[in-house]
Design a binder for this molecule. Structure first.
Ligand code: GLU
Length: 448
């Protein structure tokens, strides 16, 4: 490749169904390669198959790509370029590199059709694959293959080549199932006089049983992972490492970090096994990395989309959720679970046995501890954001250390939450505020 030539890559999904997670990985690798070389990357929806394409899938593809946030420099649909395809096809026929062939119709041999066939020079063709090395194919086997149903109806391979050629695509980076398409496309490309791009074909993504990861069997659509509450950052990070090895110990990458670290040469030839547990790990790490406000907004949007009612206290507890769940869906469930019922205005008052840890603690002593804690908390000035976890901790901890942490903090936590399981008492106090804290402690003292 001429060193001055700008790298141009593309992802070219066909709108035949929900988007496979493998398509996102191909898009990602195309984006990374273009960006690290100062080039451009675009999305082209290949809506050439009139029988199998659906408008709803076109919409879904745009939406999925927008959600994944791998920003293209341009986007369009193959069908918008039909006039140009027809022009190029005509020029091939005019120059004698392709010809109109009158032949019996396949499903009704009594009728004839006029298809367009490429005049195949019939050579032994070698192309270089950046991942697999040289691939050689005897193209005589392909014969004069059909490139258009008529002069006005070019077929898929012709459209791909015309679009790539006109867009100046320098690198065709795609899934390995397209290796067998490459010789046909190179023959068309040579007939049209376009420059041959570089090729790389990525290995398959496999299920744990080494079968091809499928949308139907394994739910491998981007839509499905999104509905399960995975973040695009985590999906991108995990997909980058499926088939590519950074050569270091680093696992967590942002998109920008990937642009720097990625290398096409380090993409494996062998298929990579998709592990949902690993994806969950990436997701929890990326949830923790999000600024609290950002996490809150994502969770709110997720709950809105899934028509789950968002409790008023989401904002206050968002930081706790991010650390205690692996997906947005888990975080949403946790948020509305009893574990956060202490955030409600009133709580079910705890049973005496629960306050006394089922008889492990003494009622009189526990009552005295609660009274002392109430006195200590009372003295904290709660104006102007002063009633925080560290302040609360430093006011209570010396007393708890002196009297025994369990004996002091257990009744406090149960008094505040009404539950055996809850976040720690400092967190609860800081979240519900001084007034509610004191009144819940008073209630528990009463009970004891
Ligand atoms: N439209 C093809 C697909 O959805 C991709 C073709 C290509 O990348 O050349 O798999």
């Amino acid at each position: 490749m001429n060193p001055d030539q700008k790298v141009v890559t593309r992802i070219a999904p066909s709108p035949t169904g929900q988007m496979h997670i493998g398509t996102v990985r191909t898009a990602l690798f195309n984006y990374l390669y273009a960006k690290q070389n100062g080039g451009t990357y675009f999305v082209r929806i290949e809506d050439t198959d009139k029988e199998r394409n659906k408008e709803e899938w076109v919409e879904a593809i745009w939406e999925d790509f927008a959600w994944c946030a791998i920003p293209p420099d341009a986007k369009y649909r193959t069908s918008e370029r039909l006039a140009r395809h027809i022009e190029l096809l005509g020029s091939l026929v005019d120059s004698g590199k392709a010809y109109i062939s009158k032949e019996p119709k396949k499903d009704d041999p009594s009728q004839t059709v006029e298809v367009v066939r490429l005049k195949n020079p019939g050579t032994i063709l070698t192309f270089h694959d950046l991942i697999r090395g040289d691939i050689t194919i005897d193209t005589t086997e392909l014969g004069d293959f059909v490139i258009a149903r008529s002069l006005h109806d070019p077929l898929y391979h012709f459209a791909v080549v015309a679009d790539d050629g006109d867009a100046g695509v320098t690198h065709v980076l795609r899934a390995e199932e397209h290796i067998s398409n490459t010789p046909r496309q190179i023959l068309i490309l040579e007939a049209l006089g376009f420059k041959r791009p570089m090729y790389a074909h990525f290995p398959l993504i496999l299920a744990p049983d080494r079968a091809k990861l499928s949308k139907r069997k394994h739910g491998a659509s981007i839509e499905n992972y999104r509905a399960q509450g995975f973040l695009p950052e985590a999906i991108i990070n995990y997909l980058a490492l499926l088939g590519w090895n950074p050569g270091t110990e680093q696992e967590l990458f942002s998109l920008d970090e990937l642009v720097v670290a990625f290398s096409l040469e380090q993409v494996h030839k062998a298929g990579a096994i998709f592990d949902i547990e690993k994806l969950k790990w990436f997701n929890s790490e990326h949830m923790k990395r999000l600024p609290a406000r950002d996490f809150e907004l994502r969770l709110r949007t997720f709950m809105d989309v899934h028509q789950k009612e968002v409790p008023s206290y989401l904002e206050q507890v968002a930081h706790l959720l991010a650390n205690r769940s692996q997906t947005l869906s888990e975080a949403a469930d946790l948020l509305v679970s009893d574990e956060f019922s202490f955030m409600h205005d009133t709580i079910a008052s705890p049973a005496k046995e629960m306050l006394l840890q089922q008889g492990k603690l003494d009622a009189v002593t526990s009552k005295n501890h609660l009274q002392k804690l109430s006195d200590l908390l009372m003295t904290i000035d709660d104006s102007a954001g002063n009633f925080t976890e560290p302040t609360i901790k430093s006011s209570i901890m010396p007393y708890a250390d002196e009297q025994g942490r369990g004996a002091v903090l257990w009744p406090l936590r149960v008094a505040l939450s009404g539950r055996e399981k809850s976040p720690d008492p400092f967190t609860i106090v800081s979240l519900i505020g001084k007034e509610k804290t004191l009144s819940r402690i008073a209630q528990a003292i009463e009970l004891l």
